[in-house]
Design a protein around this ligand. Structure first.
Ligand code: NCD
Length: 307
């Protein structure tokens, strides 16, 4: 059974195909309104979410399908001690496809091993978030026309930020990518990502603590929130939370066609006065996320022979 647990589960060609379908949905939404009639998406969210869960739900409704699920662990039998494996087997009896978010790294993988329907990783702990990456890729594609020869700056919590890990993996398959890692010492990109992704693929990267120094060379600036829920103590969080705040004056030396991205939710990292800057792309990412999730649901349901 085909699932999406890690962005590398899909080839570059498959991702291109998904983006093509997403772009077609944007241009011709009426073609897609009934394809999933009678089908059910289950959203199993063991962690808070606004965009990911609701964009999955909106995506399924716009395909003519239905949605079941829960939005907090406490309202599911996980609170009684049920395993992820049993939950996955159970939901397979009710739904056609699962989108799962879980605080434990690897939980959606375990679900996929036990489900008889496709499972989509909607974020697992500080590990991966492949569908945010699809939203990011669609946005980059629409802004830049492709993925080659881009200098991409990742700023903020690169340690726990799962969207960063997945996007770096995805970009590592294109040519001419350069990565600038901007974070406090304590929140640097994990060494397994550096070793297994950047070094292994020969992607040149630099590390810095200074956003101002990095900005002029960037084509894309990917800001992230400090991931409070993954910290062991509140003091560290409070000390680090405002490490970077993007304000208009910091963009003085930025490229005219810089794309400013953020998976959202934002806390303080981007001043609201940036929102009206034509380079701000974060609300475009939100909308693109719905379309690319529609394309993803279609792909996985087709491969499972359910539509
Ligand atoms: C991200 C996540 O859940 O990892 N949010 C999202 O899905 N767009 C980013 C975050 O929570 O900081």
């Amino acid at each position: 059974m085909r699932s999406l647990i890690d962005i590398l589960d899909f080839s570059v060609e498959e991702i291109e195909e998904l983006l093509t379908v997403a772009n077609d949905i944007i241009d011709n939404p009426q073609k897609y309104g009934e394809i999933c009639k009678g089908k059910k998406l289950a959203t199993l969210f063991f962690e808070p979410s606004t965009r990911t869960r609701l964009s999955f739900e909106a995506a399924m409704y716009e395909l003519g399908g239905n949605v079941i699920g829960f939005s907090e662990a406490n309202s599911s039998s996980a609170s009684k001690g049920e395993s992820v494996a049993d939950t996955a087997k159970t939901i397979s009896c009710y739904a056609d496809i699962i989108a799962m978010r879980h605080p434990k790294e690897g939980a959606p993988f375990v679900a996929a091993q036990n489900a008889t329907i496709p499972v989509i990783n909607a974020g697992d702990g500080g590990h991966n978030h492949p569908t945010q990456t699809l939203a990011d890729l669609l946005t980059i594609y629409r802004e830049k026309g492709g993925f080659n020869n881009l200098t991409v700056g990742f700023c903020g919590d690169l340690k726990f930020g799962r969207t960063v890990h997945s996007l770096i993996n995805a970009l590592s398959r294109y040519s001419g990518i350069r990565v600038v890692l901007i974070s406090p010492e304590e929140l640097k990109l994990p060494s397994y990502v550096k070793k297994d992704v950047l070094l292994k693929n020969g992607i040149p990267y630099t590390q810095t603590t200074s956003l101002e120094d990095a900005i002029p060379e960037l084509d894309i600036l990917y800001m992230t929130r400090v991931q409070r829920e993954r910290f062991f103590n509140e003091e560290d969080y409070l000390r680090l939370k405002d490490s970077y705040v993007l304000e208009p004056k910091k963009l003085t030396n930025a490229k005219k066609d810089l794309s400013i991205m953020h998976p959202l939710p934002r806390v303080n990292e981007i001043s609201v006065s940036i929102d009206s800057d034509p380079r701000a792309c974060y609300f475009k990412q939100v909308l693109n996320g719905k379309y690319v999730r529609m394309a993803l649901i279609l792909k996985l349901l087709k491969e499972a022979g359910r539509i």
